[in-house]
Write a new protein. Structure first.
Lengths: 325, 290
């Protein structure tokens, strides 16, 4: 067991490293880190639903897309401040998630997987539809400006560029939402959510309102993923229907499982996986990159069937066990 | 009126294909209680094997049966090698393995057989069936093959001891093991048979949609929807679900919403049906004891 001052020192150094990191690398790398944190936030949302409430979703790419489009439309059509679009995107996705939560009340397992996957398939097609073309820009999509830094700053010879500014914005949003999620899941509601997953009948008998818990969880989960989507619109400064294929939803689920379901501390590992492993696979084999991706995914599934968090717990517990012996 | 019947006929033919893939999914579900996302890519791979054999000069039916046997062996091997290690892992870990298999099969098919679209021969004539303007012989032939497969699957599960053992292994693994059923091998057998059915479906659909590594990606979704619409534990339901889906999709596409939202509308309708019948049209509800 680490003593408290060492732990505190560790946290401080870690925080310092995270703050200085974007100034140590090029803009291109910073934009990759931005994407990692955005994915982490989206996976966090999915994990609240799938990991804690036990409802499978293959459609979270749809909430990501709606969040991104909400941000883009508000910025381009209403010239709204980019910072203001984030809570609105979250709110819109919360309502959409609650709506989606109603059919989800009736459906479980594979049936819910199909219903949510239908949402993922439908989203790009709906975004292209002619009836809303003047809002969404149709197949062409919408181009928007990255938020400009509010002040100038130079550290290690690297100035505070738009990407680095976004890095801090994303980091702060991620930090706040992570903290909120942790408190939500640790408290009374969190215990109710887990009870609904494990023993719905017993939970209902003890006075937990299944309907409201399940729909609210769906809403919260969608809101998190929607905010992530809005941040991605800012980070890429472009949205188009084909940026949100059905495969995005599958990627998010892969990230959630790789990170570890039922614990939100692994989300960053899941995000690193879906951001970097496709690139690694592409470097290893140009002719069949996805075969390499699949093999890495298999290896992870065998080595850590309970995700990064499961592996970590096993490692730590194993160590403690040795101490006892 | 004539075009209306044409649309229904085309819908029935597509429905037969969805039904075949749906059947393969029901098969896996009967014996493992999982839904295999890699089913479609495995079927595509099998079809490529058949294509390669035909290119080597094998007659069609010889290639057909060699492929069917090879697919069965492939299915069993996949279960033994890739699924056995995660048999006891959480269900989502299994889903991840399915996704991994999906991308691996897709990628390897593209690597070995390249991404060019290939034509695949049909054992039946593609001209109009005699005295009928609505169906081609291939469409009727593929519907007939689907029905034969359905009958075989149904009889297998209903009338053979090994079919009963497979259902038992999926329904209650612990009790099944206690009465001497080798549960793990029953799962492998289920995978083999599902892979076999998938291969048949792939060879029936390839003459219509042409052969390329992504041939099945859309069809799998329809098959999945067909199986769920009918009720995932019911082979007849899967076939009926497939036919309903095929006809519905064609009619909606032709008369109501146009072809660009065809898939979306079909899926929305299925979700709507599932809200009122959460276990499919012909599925049995699952009751749990407190």
């Amino acid at each position: 067991m680490m003593s408290l001052p060492i732990k505190k020192l560790g946290y401080t150094l870690g925080l310092l490293a995270i703050v200085l990191l974007p100034f140590l690398v090029e803009d291109f790398r910073v934009s990759q880190f931005n994407q990692v944190f955005i994915y982490a936030l989206a996976i966090l949302g999915l994990n609240i639903l799938t990991g804690f409430s036990g409802q499978i979703s293959l459609g979270h790419g749809a909430f990501y897309a709606v969040g991104a489009y909400t941000c883009a439309i508000l910025m381009t059509q209403f010239s709204m401040s980019p910072y203001l679009t984030l809570p609105i995107a979250g709110g819109a996705c919360f309502m959409l998630g609650v709506l989606m939560g109603f059919p989800a009340l009736r459906l479980t397992g594979h049936y819910l997987a199909l219903a949510t996957f239908a949402l993922a398939i439908a989203t790009p097609q709906l975004l292209k539809h002619k009836a809303i073309e003047h809002w969404t820009g149709g197949v062409q999509g919408l181009v928007l400006d990255k938020p400009t830094p509010l002040f100038e700053l130079t550290i290690f010879g690297n100035e505070l560029s738009e990407d680095r500014w976004l890095y801090f914005l994303i980091l702060i949003v991620f930090g706040i939402l992570f903290w909120l999620a942790e408190n939500l899941l640790k408290g009374r509601i969190g215990r109710a959510i887990v009870a609904v997953r494990d023993q719905p009948m017993a939970a209902a008998a003890l006075g937990v309102n299944l309907t409201s818990i399940k729909t609210i969880v769906f809403g919260v989960s969608a809101a998190y993923t929607g905010v992530a989507g809005a941040l991605s619109a800012l980070a890429v400064s472009f949205v188009a229907p084909d940026s949100f294929p059905a495969f995005l939803s599958i990627s998010l689920l892969v990230g959630a499982v790789v990170g570890g379901l039922g614990s939100i501390h692994g989300v960053i590992f899941g995000a690193l996986f879906i951001q970097y492993v496709p690139n690694v696979a592409d470097d290893l084999s140009k002719s069949a990159p996805w075969a390499v991706y699949g093999i890495i995914l298999l290896a992870v599934a065998y080595a850590a069937p309970n995700g990064a968090v499961g592996l970590f717990n096993k490692f730590i517990k194993g160590k403690r066990h040795e101490h006892k012996v | 009126m004539d075009s209306f019947i044409q649309q229904i006929a085309a819908g029935l033919a597509n429905g037969g294909i969805y039904a075949a893939i749906g059947l393969a999914l029901v098969m896996i579900h009967q014996s493992t209680h999982h839904i295999n996302f890699a089913q479609g890519e495995m079927a595509t791979f099998s079809t490529f094997i058949a294509w390669a054999l035909i290119q080597q000069g094998f007659p069609y039916w010889a290639a057909f049966f060699i492929t069917v046997v090879a697919s069965f062996v492939m299915g069993v091997l996949i279960q033994r090698i890739f699924l056995k290690p995660v048999e006891k892992a959480p269900i989502l870990t299994n889903v991840i393995v399915f996704i991994a298999l999906l991308v691996i099969f897709n990628s390897i098919a593209g690597w070995i057989f390249d991404h060019n679209i290939k034509s695949f021969p049909s054992p039946f004539s593609t001209e109009n069936f005699f005295r009928s303007n609505y169906f081609s012989a291939h469409q009727l032939g593929s519907i007939a093959v689907t029905l034969i497969v359905l009958l075989a699957v149904f009889s297998f599960f209903r009338f053979t001891p090994i079919g009963l053992a497979m259902r038992a292994a999926a329904f209650n693994p612990e009790s099944a093991r206690l009465v001497g059923i080798r549960v793990s091998w029953m799962l492998a057998l289920g995978w083999g048979m599902a892979s076999l059915i998938g291969a048949v479906a792939g060879m029936m659909i390839a003459p219509v949609v042409f052969l390329d590594p992504n041939m099945m990606s859309g069809v799998l979704l329809y098959g999945f929807a067909a199986a769920l619409l009918g009720g995932i534990d019911n082979p007849w339901g899967a076939v009926l679900g497939g036919v309903i889906l095929g006809v519905l999709e064609n009619l909606l596409g032709a008369y109501v919403i146009g072809s660009d939202l065809k898939l979306t509308m079909a899926l929305v309708l299925i979700v709507a049906i599932l809200i009122f019948r959460p276990y499919g049209l012909f599925g049995k509800p699952i009751f749990s004891r407190v």
